[in-house]
Design a protein around this ligand. Structure first.
Ligand SMILES: Cc1ncc(COP(=O)(O)O)c(C=O)c1O
Length: 362
């Protein structure tokens, strides 16, 4: 590879698709209408209604606006939720591999991540038995991420029900990070709030970041029981003193009006995932399988004899392709690298050609 060759960045999971123009217009219109004043810590009535209606469509019991809170992105919603749920030294069980910021979000709230192993051979699906084995008297929360980052795994409702039995038995709250819910293309998305036995002890966090390619808008939310929402409100007031009303209006619009943008994102990522799987699947050394959702493909590099770290470092040096080592998502990601599907198709194909031609592979 020539020095100075531009690096193809497959490392960062930032959507590259054009955001929904209709949602941009809704934000701009709201701003011009003067929706720029202080808001409440919980959120504006219109967006709370929209969030409640969205979850009422699938939840076991209707969700009320008083159970919802608008927050700046899933990340903030996760942090505020963990602050509300954890005491110093509490444990949070998480399927391993897991999204890299979980560790710091949980630590900042005084908690500790306890990884629950998942297996590539089982599509990285979290199992009830492995979960049960990780629980101790200090466990308070299961942080569930389906569809998962980095794995692209989507748990079925039956799998969630089995996991839920363990959570009920041990009195765990399920925090369900559903930021990729709208990007399920290989398996139907399912949430613990669809199950009556779990709804009361589930907190859902999500946002428009991925579904509408608007990560910079920081439009997210948390939905839980009434008592949880009350606890969250005092944290949200202390942290934020309310979020921007014009962004809340744009979120209400995005949740209520079908523009076709979400389907555009979903189909785009599915098409790119198929491209990558088709190209890299030709290598006798690499292991690649179609993700069930999301913006990433996990590439199994174990047969190269390299770790995910070594593979990523050498691929960058020798072929100018940047990927994330699986190890950066926990031990469960060992021997894998994560490929982000967030560049245009032709560059993605070029990256795949470079990967196949990389000396670690050929
Ligand atoms: C699993 C997961 N949760 C949360 C986030 C953060 O999302 P947001 O932009 O809504 O804060 C991301 C972003 O990549 C993610 O992958």
């Amino acid at each position: 590879m020539q020095r100075g060759e531009p690096v193809i960045m497959l490392s960062i999971g930032e959507p590259d698709f054009a955001p929904s123009a209709a949602v941009l217009d809704a934000a701009a219109d709201a701003m011009r209408r003067g929706r720029n004043r202080y808001s409440s810590g919980q959120g504006e009535p219109a967006v709370l209604d929209a969030i409640a209606r969205r979850y009422s469509r699938t939840a076991a019991r209707p969700v009320l606006p008083s159970q919802c809170c608008f927050l700046p992105g899933t990340q903030t919603a996760l942090f505020a939720t963990m602050l509300a749920l954890l005491d110093e030294g509490d444990e949070v069980v998480v399927g391993d591999p897991y999204y890299a910021t979980y560790e710091s979000v949980i630590a900042a709230a005084g908690g500790r991540v306890v990884p629950v192993p998942t297996l590539p051979e089982q599509g990285f699906h979290l199992g009830a038995d492995a979960l049960a084995r990780a629980i101790t008297p200090r466990t308070r929360v299961l942080l569930l991420n389906s569809p998962g980052n980095p794995t692209g795994a989507v748990l079925s409702l039956d799998e969630i029900a089995a996991i839920g039995v363990v959570c009920v038995e041990h009195g765990l709250t399920i925090v369900s990070d559903e930021v990729y819910a709208e990007l399920s293309f290989g398996a139907p998305f399912a949430s613990p709030i669809q199950l009556a036995a779990l709804q009361e002890q589930t907190v859902v966090v999500s946002s428009l970041s991925k579904s509408h390619a608007l990560p910079g808008f920081r439009c997210g939310w948390a939905v839980g029981s009434r008592s949880f929402a009350e606890r969250l409100l005092s944290i949200s007031e202390a942290m934020l003193f309310g979020s921007q009303p014009f962004l809340q209006d744009a979120t209400a619009f995005a949740l209520e009006v079908e523009t076709g943008d979400v389907a555009r994102m979903r189909e785009g990522y599915a098409r790119r995932a198929r491209l990558v799987v088709e190209y890299l699947g030709r290598s006798p050394v690499l292991g690649v399988r179609m993700p069930e959702a999301g913006m990433f493909v996990m590439l199994d590099v174990r047969r190269t004899g390299l770790s995910g770290d070594e593979f990523a470092r050498r691929l960058l040096d020798e072929r100018a392709v940047a990927v994330m080592p699986g190890e950066s998502f926990g031990r469960g990601g060992a021997g894998h690298v994560r490929i982000a599907l967030t560049i245009e198709d032709s560059r993605l194909v070029e990256a795949c050609e470079r990967i196949v031609g990389f000396s670690g592979v050929s």
